[in-house]
Design a protein around this ligand. Structure first.
Ligand SMILES: Cc1cc2nc3c(=O)[nH]c(=O)nc-3n(C[C@H](O)[C@H](O)[C@H](O)COP(=O)(O)OP(=O)(O)OC[C@H]3O[C@@H](n4cnc5c(N)ncnc54)[C@H](O)[C@@H]3O)c2cc1C
Length: 464
């Protein structure tokens, strides 16, 4: 009976453990978690009638991996799609909220872009694709395909909303591989998107289902914690919490020795590190200094969640949307806010609304050191300005992620290649998590399947 230790019980660790258990039911798979609870950045907490997500708010159905995981867990009936208002998104632009275009007419009339930029988008399909393979920043990619203005508004908003990073530093190929591939495969972004829409319609005809918009946001009535708890309940060996792994090394018997704090020791045939890259670096520091250096080189940006509940009548704005983004080039105190009670039902106490501001990001690391009062005041000040809210909130909760979101800076693809080459030298050691192949929940669950497949092949001897 093979023994496997999984380090970290966030979605990556739990989904990998579950996927491996499905492949090798006889395996003994032990997830170890340093905190007192599982879930990592995914957790939902209901207090005073408000349901606050500590980290992610939902996941998209653009990739099938998390939806498929929910099906496997018999959770698909419990999936809750975002309400229709969530289609609308706002940008804080020239000191006010402007709705992002959702179709051709709103695109042609939006005050966000000049006519030059609109023309550049309409004619994007005629611009030749780039031939070089050298890495390119997200900013440079959009500037090349369209205009500087679009790179500074829409591309910045895209990066702010997902990576909380700097579009001039983030690698297009690493941060948005699917968009980068559209240019490579179809010669243009618009042509590629049109092709994808056609494919979705074709699939809908074949499966006799309504065509998916390709971008539904999903969660559960009680929040994403549900997924974590059901995943845990399906594991044969429940995660051990309060167990911090310090070191791993191969021992004389050919097994792995996993060292925790004090006298904690576990033996394993394979070890999967599913914790953040800076923790993976510490764990492999003695084993492989080069691998540790590569992992340590992945930077992280802080994300601080400031959830505020208001009485509905104290909020003059209609809150008819997913929320708003404040592009990072403004270096504002918040990256944006999600209007949680407009996205999913039952997120706020009766007669109230719940807003979740995200503060910090790559350019405002200083905010991670702010105390609660300063954070609350900064968010209230912005809401006063952007949403016209003068009255104080009736509820607040702050959740801090000082090293919240990994940054896929220029050179990330090459770095990941070198990390994987180094890791492959240590038979039975595997890395997964959100630091390598994508930061969204979908990327974590997709990688979980891939990693479990590799570990299963290794344990079966095919790869030993
Ligand atoms: C504020 C915020 C909002 C987000 N919003 C979205 C969203 O809306 N949609 C979306 O798809 N994604 C979102 N994300 C990203 C997504 O939540 C994460 O990428 C994903 O949850 C990461 O999961 P993980 O398991 O790889 O890492 P983590 O969740 O970080 O889990 C790693 C686990 O490893 C444990 N650990 C660390 N060191 C050790 C050690 N030495 N020994 C044992 N255990 C250890 C940690 O305690 C932790 O529990 C958001 C992230 C943040 C921070």
């Amino acid at each position: 009976m093979p023994r496997v230790v999984v380090v970290g019980a966030g979605i990556s660790g739990l989904a990998t453990a579950y996927a491996l258990q499905k492949r090798i039911p006889s395996a003994e798979i032990l997830p170890l978690e340093s905190e007192s609870r599982i879930g990592g950045t995914i957790w939902s907490e209901r207090r005073d009638g408000f349901l606050v997500e500590h980290g992610p708010n939902g996941f998209l159905d653009t990739k099938p991996s998390t939806v498929q995981l929910c099906r496997d867990l018999e959770l698909d009936d419990a999936l809750l799609p975002a309400g229709p208002a969530a289609r609308h998104r706002y940008l804080f632009h020239n000191d006010r909220l402007v709705r992002l275009p959702e179709g051709i007419w709103s695109f042609l009339t939006t005050p966000l872009l000049s006519w030059r930029s609109k023309w550049a988008v309409l004619t994007e399909r005629f611009r030749p694709p780039r031939m070089e393979d050298a890495d390119e920043s997200v900013h440079d990619f959009f500037r090349r395909r369209t205009t500087e203005e679009i790179a500074e508004t829409l591309a910045d908003a895209l990066v702010t909303g997902i990576h909380a990073g700097d579009p001039k530093m983030l690698s297009m190929a690493a941060a948005f591989p699917r968009l980068a591939a559209l240019e490579k495969e179809h010669g243009s972004l618009l042509r590629g998107m049109k092709h994808l829409a056609r494919e979705r319609r074709r699939l809908a005809r074949e499966t006799r289902r309504p065509p998916s918009s390709g971008s539904r946001i999903l969660s559960f009535r009680d929040g994403l914690r549900k997924l974590i708890e059901v995943l845990q309940s399906k594991l044969k060996t429940p995660p051990l919490v309060g167990a911090t792994v310090k070191r791993v090394f191969p021992n004389e018997t050919g097994q792995w020795s996993v060292e925790g704090q004090g006298r904690d020791r576990w033996a394993a045939d394979a070890v999967i590190l599913a914790c953040p890259a800076y923790r993976q670096a510490e764990i492999v520091a003695d084993l492989d200094p080069e691998l540790a250096d590569l992992l340590r080189g992945i930077a992280y940006a802080p994300a601080i969640v400031v959830a505020l509940g208001y009485r509905r009548e104290d909020v003059p704005h209609s809150l008819d949307g997913f929320g708003h983004i404040v592009p990072q080039r403004h270096r504002a105190d918040l990256l944006g806010s999600q209007w949680c009670s407009s996205i999913f039902p039952d997120r706020a106490a009766p007669g109230c609304v719940l807003l979740r501001a995200i503060c910090g990001g790559w350019h405002r690391k200083d905010i991670a050191a702010w105390d609660d009062n300063r954070l609350l005041e900064a968010v209230r000040q912005h809401y006063r300005h952007a949403l016209g809210i003068e009255k104080p909130p009736v509820f607040h909760q702050i959740v801090r992620w000082p090293l919240g979101i990994p940054q896929y800076h220029l050179g990330h693809v090459e770095r990941v290649h070198r990390i994987e080459k180094c890791t492959a030298k240590h038979r039975g050691l595997f890395l997964t998590g959100n630091a390598l192949h994508g930061v969204a929940m979908n990327d974590c669950t997709e990688q979980a399947e891939i990693t479990a497949g590799r570990v299963a092949a290794y344990l079966a001897g095919a790869d030993r």
